[in-house]
Every structure is written in C-alpha cells, then in structure tokens.
Design a protein around this ligand. Sequence first.
Ligand code: GLA
Length: 548
Amino acid sequence: MPKCPACAVKNSLQRDKSVTRFYRTESFENGCCPTPPMGWNSWNYFKQNINEKMLLEMAKAIKESGLFDAGYTYLNLDDYWEANSRDRLGKLDADPVRFPQGMKHFVSECNKLGFKVGIYSSNGIQTCQSLPASLGNEYNDALQFASWGIEYLKYDYCYHRVYTKKAPFIFSISFCKKGTDAETVIGAEKAALSGTAKCVFGSCNYNIGSLTGTGKKANYIKGLDGGKGEATFRYVADEEGEYVLTVNPRFRYRSTGMLHTLMAAVIVNQEDPVLIESPKMHRPCSQAPYRFVTKLKKGENIVRIFNPIFNRADSAVLNYMCMSNALTEAVEKTGAKPIAYSLCEWGRNKPWEWGDKCANLWRTTGDIIWFWFRIRQIYDKNVTLYKYASPGHWNDPDMLEVGNGKLTLAENKSHFTLWCMMAAPLLMGNDIVNMKKEHLDILTNKKLIAIDQDALGKQAKRIVKGAVDVLVRPLADGGIALCAFNKSRLKKKYCFDLNTLLDEEYVKEYTAAEYDAEDLWTGEKQTTNKLVATLEPHGIAVWKLIKK
Ligand code: GLA
C-alpha cells in the first residue's frame, strides 16, 4: 500500500505494468542492418523534385564516383514518389509522370546497378506532403513494396492517429472449431481480472440471451481502459487446429458532442494483437460480435483482452508495430528480400526505448537542415542516446547534409565524423552528380566509414563535455575510436591525455598503458599518450587507438 496520499494518487495514475509491455519482449531481428545502413536519400537536397531519370543518373554517379564501392548501396526514395491517389484496387502506385515505367521497372534498373531500393510512407492517412500513406493499409502496402523488390522502408509520422484509451465492455468470448458451430462460451465471470478490471452484473441494455445472463441483464467486464486493467480467459482445446474466436463486446460512449471511439486488443497466446474497435462516432453504441480465426494448441490457451493505450507513446508503438508485422508477413508470404524498417517519428515518443522491438533504426530528432546550428542540436540529443544502439538497431540522427548549404569544410568533416562515431546511418543527402571533390573526399574516408560500420555496433559515448567534447567508441578489433570536437567558433589547440581512459568504464576493457594513435583525417601517427591537435572552429580531430 502507498504510504502517502500523493503516492496513492500517483499509483492510481500509473498503468499496470504487466499489461502494457505486450508488444514483444524480444528484439526485432530481420537480418537487416547488422551495421548502420549506408546509401543516398532524395529528400535533403531534391525534396519534391525527383523522377526516374534523375534518380538513375544519381545512382550512376554514386557508382562512378567510388561512393558505391565505399559502401553506399541503398538508393532511397523519400516523399513524392507516390501518385496522389490509390489505384482502383486500393493499391499505392508510383506517380505516373515521375516514374513513367512504374516502380517495379525503376527498382529493377537500380538492382541492375547493384543498389537496394528504399521507399517511404507514413503511418497516417497521408504523408507529410499530403500524398496517400499507409494507415489502415499496412499489409497491402507491405505486399506492394515486397512485390516491387523494395528493401528499405522509411515510415513517417505525419497524420498519424492516436488510439483511444477507452475500452469496450466485454461480456464473453466463445470458441468453436472452424467448420462447426458448436460454441463453447466463456462468460465474463470466468475471466481472471487484474488492475482496474471488474466484473459486474447489471442492466446493460444488451440482450445477451442465454450466454451469461438473462434478458437485459448480464455479467460484463469493465475497467479495461488505458492499460490499467486486463481480463484473461482460459480455454482448453481438445486438439490443435484452427478455431473461430468470437468476442462479445459492447461499445458505448455517452454523447459529448465530440467524436469517440473505443478499442481493445485481443491477444491469443503469444500472437500479435488483434484490435477490436468501434468507428469514430458522436455516440458509439454497438454490440456486434467480433470474430476471427486463430490457431489454438492442444490443452490450455490464453486470451488476454485490454486496452493498451496509457499514453501517446503506446499509440505510436502500436502503429509502428503494425507496419513491422505487416512487413514481416509480406516478406514471408512472397519470399521477397527482407525489408529494413526505419522509424521516422522524430523522437517524439522516445523510440530508442522501444524501437529495437519492431525496427532496425529510429529517428531521434526532428528534421535536419543544412545549417550548423541544427546539426549541433541534433548531435547534442543523439549523443546522449549511446546506450540504445546495437547491431541491427540504430539511433538515427537523420540523413547527411555533407555537401549541402554553406557548411564550412571543417563543419562538413565534423558532421561526418560525429555521425560515424555515433554509429549513425550514413545516408547521403546531396547532389552526387554535381558534388565537389572535397565533399566526395569526406564521404569516402574509408577509415571513418570503418568506424561507423564497426561490427561491435557500440555508439560513441561522450566522456568530456565542454567547449571541446571528447567521444570514445570501443571497436571490434580491440581498438578505440576517439574524437575531440571543437564546438566553439575559435580555433583551439587541444591536448588529450590518454591515461584518463583508464578510468573510463565504457572502454575500460580496451585501455592500455600505451597506444599507437592514427589520425583518421590526416593519416598522421602519434606514439605518445598525449594526443595533440589543432582544431578549426567547429572542427574535429579523430584517432584510432591501438594497444602497443
Ligand atoms: C518528414 C521527415 C523528413 C522527410 C519529409 C518528407 O518531415 O522527417 O525526413 O521524409 O517528411 O515529407
């Protein structure tokens, strides 16, 4: 029992933890992105100005410039590839002017050059540019992407929906073997209840007949709202096989002049949730049974019913999970290549805490732009999230702006170095056909790319925060990557004593009495334990340390 009144209030506001983390406990493994994805994306520079011809020119330039060989192998379309309405069968289609030969043709041309193609959609009714998006069509869209040979999906957050916290009342569930109509009904009173869930017998205006009551009175479960209560039904099946599960809910909401909906998740054994939901109405009032076919095992089967939405983040998780499941199923069904799944909800719902359960990478911030202050802001946020990155699951501080806008050479180098240290996806966002040699040299720095792509998959930790930040990153070969980043507008002489690493937990196993240090921009070697560099305004120095 809580000791103080404030604690009692706090407790009552808290979800029942056991009911909310229903969305998988193990991490999502689809074999994609064991190291951060590398490639090119159309948005940062070209925005809406894309078409098949220029995209293929871009792909050729990536090949001819050596960028492809350096590892940039995804060619990712962003918003504006879509036709502005679905076709008559409800399928997403490519814009017929921009992609005159269709998406499949475009993908196959890119594949011929060796690229994997990425595509873009949103978990709302429209994309951020108001084109058709995937909410409610997740599975069909995933099938469409798989059938085109798409290998990467960036999934945005525009026009997303927030699920209601309100749950319907549940009267009973029933099972019958598929192909028969002999039902076994399990009434509300038989369910095990937790949290705020309660079974009541009452007048409910629900003519439930002989199921769990008579006439207009019956047992029903209430209090399943907001992730705070759960009903668990048990059913012993005499044989394994397909069964029809019927859930008898009642959706009711008093009239408030606003649109309302009610929703509950139904989970059979450990399967993915099925949502039962009323349409958005001024006064939802329906009692139609929900029926779906499910596989049961011989012996005891568990059906859990609850509304999982405690806050906006739960709603985002549910939406993003839905596309994750759709992609997995579509790939399984069609035998297509696995599709890397990139969440783009701008860090709104702390995706670093749950992204690894459904995706390969997740944006940690709002959009990048080609101004230094924004790159700094994004770095400041992303650098704090180092603990959440691991092979197959990456923090995404957004695509590269190297070569865009008026960043100085030092800023371009710092941006690229920091992204490599932070194990970020390296998705170039500039015009490759017309790029400057100095930017190409940055993007093809093989030694830094090797840091980004290091198999250990540990994002760098900031160990010194100040006018000059110091970041360290342990590497698979026992080495350490270390950078000194000058955040100030003044040129600085910097000296870092490597003996301080001996006390640093994050790289402790990798530390040594003495190192050879190689500067990854200049190639210079240093053999003393005091690293020295002259740092340009907003500039950076980065070394790889190897034990002597
Ligand atoms: C959002 C995303 C961007 C880009 C645009 C496209 O803003 O965060 O990265 O995809 O949408 O409309």
